[in-house]
Design a protein around this ligand. Structure first.
Ligand SMILES: [Zn+2]
Length: 290
């Protein structure tokens, strides 16, 4: 089999630890970080303690779901099972020879290093195009579109184009159900008959099985859509707007965000089009950041 196809396939099928419907972007974020470094000429292996731990922790804090604790050691160790990732000095850890993961401190203490194996690393350093296409593949599989753009920009990937794969019917049905205005602020700019900067947001991300149905949609202006995908704002079980305590800015930000805190969103006319409770719960748990 073509080694490049092989690698694409292996990355597409990385095993993601899932508990119920929890989002666990640990392996995707680690791979993106490593690919970004390869693009700038990094050598094959990364020392866990000095290169991975803090950087991946920071990415998990910002792009993962809000958790009491983050575990950057988990993907670093567990990627070994996915067919392209190798560790050095792993045999020095107390769990050597078993499938168990050693305590995170041992990765630092024994200078465990990890990265793509020789075969795949040699493909990657030869081709920035390959690095970028793998990065795009990972972003599309695990993150909402607005977050794909943000991560690509931060890590320095050139995406061909964020692929808009969504059902055009979804956009049309959602905007119509919400009377062509933002469910939060009522924004409804039109240029003649065309709505400008008004978008159909998925409440539960497509990447996590959220369907393209009105009950999983919200019509939002571009600003509230971006903030909704980022977890800066959410909606509670009574359809009231919740603002993350992390949101700050000047008076225009207050007007766009804090003025709507606790205010009910503008709901569709028909009850069957209301956001469905299980999608709202998923967003509150996995995306919204109190
Ligand atoms: Zn809005």
């Amino acid at each position: 089999m073509d080694p490049i196809k092989n690698l694409q396939q292996a990355i597409a099928s990385i095993t993601i630890w899932r508990k119920g419907e929890q989002r666990a972007p640990h392996k995707p974020l680690l791979l993106l970080y490593v690919l970004a470094c390869y693009q700038h000429g990094h050598s094959r292996l990364f020392d866990y303690g000095s290169e991975i731990r803090d950087n991946l922790h920071g990415l998990l804090e910002r792009f993962g779901p809000q958790r009491a604790q983050y575990r950057p050691d988990m993907p670093f160790w567990r990627l070994q099972a996915d067919g392209f990732w190798e560790l050095q000095n792993a045999e020095r850890c107390s769990t050597s020879g078993s499938s168990r993961q050693p305590p995170a401190g041992e990765l630092v203490e024994h200078h465990v290093a990890g990265g793509f194996d020789e075969q795949h690393y040699s493909l990657l350093i030869k081709s920035k195009t390959l690095i970028n296409s793998l990065a795009q593949q990972i972003l599309e599989a695990h993150f909402a579109e607005s977050i794909q753009e943000e991560l690509a920009e931060e890590l320095g990937f050139n995406l061909l184009q964020i692929r808009k794969q969504r059902d055009p019917l979804f956009r049309q049905q959602v905007l119509r159900a919400y009377n062509y205005q933002c469910a939060i602020c009522g924004f409804n700019l039109r240029h003649d008959n065309a709505s400008i900067a008004l978008e159909a947001a998925h409440i539960k991300w497509k990447q996590h099985g959220g369907p393209c149905e009105v009950a999983n949609g919200l019509a939002l202006c571009a600003i509230h859509h971006k903030a909704f995908d980022k977890g800066s704002l959410g909606v509670d079980e009574n359809m009231r707007v919740q603002i993350s305590s992390a949101v700050n800015g000047n008076s225009i930000v207050s007007r766009l965000f804090w003025d709507f805190s606790g205010v009910q969103i503008q709901l569709p006319m028909q009850k069957e089009n209301y956001p469905q409770a299980n999608y709202i719960e998923w967003h509150t748990r996995e995306i919204f950041r109190k």
